[in-house]
Design a binder for this molecule. Structure first.
Ligand code: NAG
Ligand code: NAG
Ligand code: NAG
Length: 309
């Protein structure tokens, strides 16, 4: 697949606005976004790097074979996919990057994939991730401490509405770097769904409730739900950001009466088993790809490597 830039409005102006929105300069967010129209790489010195489209290296799984037409036709809906990862997992990220870049486009949609980090204290990590960000333009660094593994999901969901105020999405997804997500299959599921009050994923049953929360392999909330999370003081007041994060997301929504348009994509989102023999052709997401052998099995099964000598 040809890598394409994200379509849609305001993409051309993505370079600088976000840094200007950084409140009081305290919110040390390094946000790397692609820019259309210029082919040079530059840094404005404020922690935002921009790079031109067209160079290889960054992908947005985007719509349409014909960019001209696609640029004029508003996408049916847009989805931000945040892959939560850690600085040290560079090799894994490169596999995941390829996994997204080599997928067929999700027609009629705008899907942007970003790797999500916390702020890095280690200067080596910070330098290498900055380089990676510059090369690929697909990195978001949140105001949290890396390695704490506690509160990162909250930080992600609550930061996204502030970070993308000018160019919001219809849906926000949280996923991990051991999940193979098939974007077109997910987009098909979302196409006919409401655009608000949505909470969709692999439901985790508890008692009689089939999906009080979604499995962390990957779930989608609509933009209004992310906005609600970002403005809800109760979550912070109850210190409800530490602990089993994906369960907590369900807890906030259940308490707040949000995410009522709730969809369970089981069994099309699933964990790969030990023997790696439970792949299914209608997969939306397969999780537990924790080593290269398992990623290779996924690429083989989904014919990503078919025909390559
Ligand atoms: C960033 O995180 C620190 C530590 O939690 C906090 O004190 C600060 O207010 C945060 N900044 C913003 C803009 O949220
Ligand atoms: C919040 O929870 C964390 C983890 O359980 C704990 O370390 C921290 O002290 C708590 N903070 C408050 C203000 O209760
Ligand atoms: C992969 O290709 C084979 C042979 O063409 C086909 O039978 C199979 O359904 C494909 N698998 C998937 C997941 O599309």
């Amino acid at each position: 697949m040809k890598t394409t830039s994200s379509h849609g409005f305001a993409t051309a102006s993505l370079c600088t606005p976000f840094v200007l929105l950084v409140p009081l300069g305290l919110f040390a967010v390094l946000l790397v976004l692609p820019s259309l129209g210029s082919s040079h790489v530059r840094s404005d010195g404020l922690g935002v790097f921009c790079r031109g489209a067209g160079a290889d290296g960054y992908y947005s799984v985007a719509s349409g074979a014909d960019e001209e037409v696609a640029a004029e036709t508003p996408p049916e809906f847009s989805l931000l996919v945040g892959v939560l990862t850690m600085p040290k997992r560079r090799e894994r990220r490169d596999i995941v990057r390829m996994a997204y870049a080599l997928q067929p486009p999700a027609t009629g949609t705008r899907v942007d994939v970003r790797f999500v980090f916390c702020r890095m204290d280690d200067p080596v990590d910070a330098a290498l991730v900055a380089l990676e960000a510059r090369q690929h333009g697909d990195v978001v660094v949140l105001n949290c401490t890396e390695n704490m593994n506690d509160g990162k999901t909250y930080e992600y969901l609550s930061s996204v509405p502030r970070l993308f105020t000018l160019d919001s999405y219809d849906y926000v997804m949280k996923t991990d770097d051991d999940t193979y997500l098939r974007v077109a299959a997910l987009a098909e599921e979302l196409r006919g769904k409401p655009r608000d009050d949505v909470y969709l994923g692999h439901g985790f049953a508890v008692g009689d409730d089939p999906m009080p929360f979604m499995h962390g392999m990957g779930y989608v909330v609509s933009w209004d739900v992310a906005e609600w999370v970002s403005t809800n003081q109760e979550i912070l007041r109850h210190n409800d950001t530490h602990g089993p994060e994906d369960l907590l997301v369900g807890k906030w929504l259940n308490i707040g009466g949000r995410g009522k348009n709730r969809y369970n994509l089981k069994p099309r989102m699933y964990d790969l088993n030990w023997d790696m023999d439970n792949f299914r052709p209608d997969t939306i997401a397969v999780h537990m790809l924790k080593d290269n052998r398992r990623w290779a099995a996924a690429f083989r099964y989904f014919n990503v490597t078919a025909g390559i000598e």
